[in-house]
Design a protein. Structure first.
Length: 284
């Protein structure tokens, strides 16, 4: 079924090579968005000779949750990693197009990548606490910025752990090694570490894929609570998760943006047949 879908999806059908005017006229690609946090414009990416993203154009809404969905290998995580330039760490990567944050190109080689990753934090698929104390995990980014005043760090630790819904569980063992926490606690600690440096946008790459349903529910509740302060983007294979927590959903297939719109509309009344086929389980 996937091969049949591949034959039906020709480059350009859902954004590759389209002009701004064509995208703006396509209701499947141009949802109504109020305040824009980040703009992706005709973004393409290659791993060597293999093209992974094909002229992605979209706007990410401010202080909302946007989900990227699609089958494995469709470009979701690659697109996410473009937004804080983690793909720069791969020597064979080449990009075209642009990503703008507050009107400035993030792909500008003069952009301070350390500053960028402070402003756009990331939580990975596998929780990755450092083999340090819970306290030192939270303040790690702050120490990199040169902060060392104990009272400032103490305040940041409590504030961040409270925001991550973890304070009450760990407040009496902040000097314990973080690797002793449960999987769900470790992931919330990673979220606390990300927000300790006060980013404006947080990227989540399959943050619940290794967690049980109870831990997953806690992460989802936390993301919903964080909406008041942070723009969030989540890559997820779990369409039920996307429908539960996201405000907007983007469906990607073979590196193309097929459809992008309000989550309730995309899941209930998708515009493109490819989208309907995917969310109804006909392929993927």
């Amino acid at each position: 079924m996937v091969s049949a879908m591949a034959e039906e999806s020709t480059p350009g059908e859902s954004g590759d090579g389209m002009t701004h005017a064509e995208i703006e006229r396509d209701p499947a690609l141009n949802p109504r968005i109020g305040r824009v946090a980040l703009e992706i414009e005709r973004l393409s990416l290659w791993y060597g000779e293999k093209q992974a993203l094909r002229s992605i154009t979209m706007k990410i809404p401010e202080r909302e949750i946007t989900a990227f969905i699609g089958p494995s290998g469709c470009g979701k995580s690659t697109l996410l990693r473009c937004l804080n330039r983690l793909n720069d760490l791969i020597p064979i990567v080449r990009t075209e197009g642009d990503v703008r944050f507050e009107g400035r190109s993030l792909l500008d080689r003069n952009y301070d990548v350390n500053l960028l990753r402070k402003r756009i934090g990331m939580v990975f698929q596998k929780s990755n606490p450092f083999p340090k104390s819970i306290y030192e995990n939270v303040v790690y980014g702050l120490r990199l910025q040169g902060l060392s005043t104990r009272s400032v760090l103490d305040e940041a630790v409590e504030r961040s752990l409270r925001r991550a819904a973890l304070w009450e569980e760990v407040k009496d063992r902040l000097q314990d090694n973080a690797t002793g926490l449960s999987g769900g606690q470790q992931q919330r600690l990673c979220i606390a570490r990300a927000i300790a440096v006060e980013p404006e946008l947080i990227l989540f790459d399959e943050p619940c894929s290794a967690l049980d349903p109870i831990a997953t529910a806690k992460i989802e509740a936390l993301m919903l609570e964080l909406k008041s302060d942070y723009t969030q983007i989540i890559v997820t294979h779990n369409m039920q998760q996307a429908s539960r927590i996201s405000d907007f959903t983007a469906f990607l297939y073979l590196g193309e943006l097929i459809e992008y719109g309000p989550t309730d509309e995309l899941f209930v009344n998708p515009i493109k047949k490819q989208t309907e086929d995917y969310i109804t389980g006909r392929f993927g």
